[in-house]
Design a protein around this ligand. Structure first.
Ligand SMILES: Cc1cc2nc3c(=O)[nH]c(=O)nc-3n(C[C@H](O)[C@H](O)[C@H](O)COP(=O)(O)O)c2cc1C
Length: 172
């Protein structure tokens, strides 16, 4: 896939095959994240790779918050189904939080796109922010969880979701 094809093919995948993902592919994905730009090159990210029971425990923690948001149950089920959950933490760089959050977004998007280019599905998850404290406690990591990325082989064909047109977003 060339660059434009990767950008166009990327989807938020919410159904996964049981097939395991080779660790080398996960490291390829993370190495692509590492190449993302960051404010002052501070690289304010740390990650933890979760599989099976640890990942399922995160899903069960999230399900306890189901009443807070309609999409929580669906997101928890995706976490259970996908073979890999990459948990992304904010490693405070002493820079402005705004800049660091933008840098983290670039890190996650690079990984999301790399997964697509490798023929893998992925889902960027922020619903885990409802349980960010519980995640840090469970994993014994004294950092703030910012997002998660599910990764696995897709079990669905997804039509592109609607997008605003160029004219709608260019301010005259
Ligand atoms: C910051 C961020 C947080 C997201 N959080 C969730 C989530 O918690 N659960 C979920 O199912 N999708 C989540 N998504 C996926 C969006 O719903 C999805 O990107 C959007 O609907 C557009 O669809 P597409 O990615 O297939 O183009 C998130 C996406 C972003 C960028």
């Amino acid at each position: 896939m060339n660059f434009d094809e990767v950008i166009s093919a990327r989807r938020s995948v919410r159904k996964y095959l049981e097939t395991d993902v080779d660790d080398s592919l996960i490291y390829d994905i993370i190495n692509s994240g590492i190449l993302a730009p960051s404010a002052h090159n501070r690289q304010p990210w740390k990650i933890k790779i979760l599989k099976r029971t640890d990942k399922d425990y995160i899903a069960s923690l999230l399900l306890k918050k189901a009443a807070l948001d309609n999409s929580i149950v669906s997101t928890a089920n995706v976490i259970k189904e996908a073979p890999i959950l990459i948990v992304i933490f904010y490693d405070d760089s002493g820079n402005s939080r705004d800049n660091d959050m933008l840098s983290l977004g670039a890190f996650i998007q690079n990984m999301h796109l790399k997964a697509t280019s490798l023929g893998l599905g992925s889902l960027w998850i922020a619903n885990t922010n409802y349980i960010k404290k519980e995640i840090s406690e469970f994993l014994k990591i004294d950092l703030e969880c910012i997002s998660c990325l599910c990764v696995g082989y897709s079990d669905q064909v997804i039509k592109p979701r609607p997008r605003k047109k160029l004219e709608e977003i260019v301010v005259s």
